[in-house]
Design a protein around this ligand. Structure first.
Ligand code: CO
Length: 156
């Protein structure tokens, strides 16, 4: 495993439309392991492949309920809404209020290519949406109702 450098806001790679993963091989597993290590080292709850410069549909998430790996994820249903403060490892010093679904269902593949379906609510639903948005080049800053610099962020 190895730490990878996290790409920051302004880098064009964050705006790319990611390609599907077609080969479930050691190279993918290395990427997944490195992404998880990088996410944990940065104290993040999610990381998408373009954030480490890889234009593929790969996401890792851990909102405190264990590591989730998503290959070629798609949101297949959404229910109700919530508005939460979000941040992003690629946008240091920024946070913003974003409206998201309260519940989402995601179809994806695991690291071996097997089809999986996952459901998430509250923070996990936000993480699914935020990370899957990265795969089409969308950042939370693009859709936030309001964006804050770290200094004027309201305290909860
Ligand atoms: Co992000």
């Amino acid at each position: 495993m190895a730490l990878r450098e996290i790409v920051k806001y302004g880098d064009e790679v964050l705006r790319k439309k990611c390609k599907p993963v077609t080969e479930f091989n050691e190279r993918l597993w290395q990427l997944l392991d490195d992404m998880a290590e990088t996410m944990y080292a940065a104290d993040g709850v999610g990381l998408a492949a373009p954030q480490v410069g890889i234009i593929r549909r790969v996401v890792v998430i851990d909102v405190g309920e264990g590591l989730v790996e998503l290959i070629n994820p798609v949101i297949v249903s959404k229910k109700d809404t919530q508005t939460r403060m979000e941040a992003c490892l690629s946008c240091p010093g920024k946070s913003g209020l974003v409206e998201r679904p309260l519940h989402v269902k995601v179809q994806a593949q695991d690291r071996n290519g097997k089809s999986i379906e996952l459901e998430g609510s509250e923070l996990l639903a936000v993480a699914f949406c935020h990370e899957i948005d990265h795969l089409s080049g969308t950042l939370f800053l693009d859709i936030a109702e309001e964006v804050f610099d770290q200094d004027d962020e309201p305290k909860e």
